[in-house]
Each structure stands twice: as C-alpha cells, then as structure tokens.
Design a protein around this ligand. Structure first.
Ligand SMILES: Nc1ncnc2c1ncn2[C@@H]1O[C@H](COP(=O)(O)OP(=O)(O)O)[C@@H](O)[C@H]1O
Ligand SMILES: [Mg+2]
Length: 232
C-alpha cells in the first residue's frame, strides 16, 4: 500500500464571481521511502497540493489517504493531532520562530507529544546533530545564515519522526552552496533513514536529486518520470 494515495483530488477557490479550479482530478501515489520532486509553472497548484497533503487545507472533492487514513474525513482537532504525528513541513523561508533559539525551535513540535523531558532533550540534540548544527543550538534565527536556518527547520521537521516530509521550494531562497547542503541532507534522510519526501522545486537540477519527478500544469498532472541515476 502506498503511503500517499490521492484520487480525483479537486480544489476550487471561489473569489467573487469567479471559481478557480486550482487542482483538477489529480491522482498521485507515493510509496513509503520515495522522494518525489513536484515541478510546474508558477500558479500550477504545487503549494495547494502540498497543503492538501499536509492537511492544512481541505479538498473540494476526491480522497487523500495517507498511511491508510482518509484525512479529508478527519475533524479539525483530529486533523491537527494527525498532522503533528505524521507530517514535517519545510518552507521556502524557513518559518523559524524568531524569539526562540535553534534548540527551542526544534523542540517546539515535540511539546505537542507526550514525550518526557529527557527523551525530548535526546531527540532535539539528535536532530540538531544530524543537520550538523549541534554547535549552534543556542543561536537565534537572526544569528544564523539562511542555509543554517533551513537546516534548523529540517531538524524541526524530522524531530517527531513523521511519516512524510513535505518541502515547498526548500532551496528557493538559498545560495548555491547552501542549497547543495540542504539537498545533501534531504537525500541522506531519504537514503539512510527511508524518509518519504515530497518536494516542490522550480529547478531541474534540484529535482534530479529526487527519485522521480511529477509535473503539474494548470492543476493537472501531465506526466511522471523516473530518474535514471537518482543521486547525482
Ligand atoms: N487561498 C487561496 N485563495 C484563492 N486562490 C488561491 C488560494 N491559494 C491558491 N490560489 C490560486 O490557485 C492557483 C495555484 O496556486 P498555488 O498552489 O500557490 O500555485 P504554485 O505553488 O504552483 O505556484 C493560483 O491561481 C492561485 O492564485
Ligand atoms: Mg507555490
């Protein structure tokens, strides 16, 4: 069974008289351990699809099963609980809390879980270690480079050991070297920890580091390609 199964997924936005058909009958399957790059022109519905997978937004029609749960049927509170266990989200502009240290930012999602203080400390330290920032744990976001901020955000996304990582243009605001580091990290999470990832990107070279690419155009999937050498 796939980790993600979307069937005839539709999302309409109504603005005044106008209805925008942002996603139209989208079918997507993502297996456990896959790493999918989602590409497409601006406005094609990439962020909308990611937000539906994250349970941040709800579909107009169709079904989304993730890890066997049809998330469209969950109530608001159930959905919030589901999301905190199953989804790690990485944003283009990191979205760290500016008044919290790197350590406290990574700790934040764990505070929603019944995890004791010792275990929490162990997991936060391990996540910061994994992204190579153990020595920056007391730094505030403004004291970090963009690339370091994004690595803190990745630590925050993985600290709960989620079923799925969703990333919306995670290297879109980074210089080449930092982007490379972030991609190295995502590839490692996928290869070494079997982490399932769906990542939006504009950049073909970035997409080539995923296992396969799905193309969206005007709210529809146009084709899907597997990569020959999947770790370039
Ligand atoms: N909350 C919203 N309200 C109204 N329209 C929206 C909303 N979110 C997205 N859209 C519209 O849906 C389309 C796809 O947007 P989006 O998913 O952000 O595209 P992408 O991430 O591929 O650039 C755009 O035309 C956008 O204007
Ligand atoms: Mg977008």
């Amino acid at each position: 069974m796939s980790t993600i199964e979307c069937r005839r997924l539709r999302k309409d936005y109504v603005r005044g008289e106008e209805t925008i058909h942002t996603l139209q009958d989208v079918d997507v399957d993502v297996d456990s351990g896959d790493f999918v790059a989602l590409m497409g022109p601006s406005g094609s519905g990439k962020t909308t699809l990611l937000n539906l997978l994250a349970g941040i937004d709800s579909p107009t029609g169709g079904t989304i099963r993730i890890g066997g749960t049809d998330i469209a049927t969950l109530r608001r509170g159930e959905l919030a609980a589901w999301r905190s266990t199953h989804v790690g989200y990485i944003f283009q502009l990191y979205n760290l809390v500016p008044v919290l240290t790197a350590y406290e930012n990574v700790e934040l999602p764990l505070l929603l879980h019944p995890v004791g203080a010792d275990e929490r400390h162990r997991r936060v330290s391990e996540a910061l270690e994994l992204v190579g920032l153990a020595n920056r744990h007391a730094h505030y976001p403004r004291q970090l480079s963009g690339g370091q901020e994004q690595r803190v955000a990745i630590a925050r996304a993985i600290v709960t050991n989620p079923t799925l990582i969703l990333a919306d243009e995670p290297t879109g605001d980074l210089d080449k070297a930092s982007a490379q580091q972030v991609m190295d990290l995502l590839v490692r999470l996928n290869r070494e920890r079997g982490q399932t990832i769906v990542m939006v990107t504009h950049d073909a070279a970035t997409a080539a580091r995923a296992r396969r690419t799905v193309h969206l155009e005007k709210g529809q999937i146009v084709d899907a390609a597997a990569h020959a050498g999947a770790h370039g």
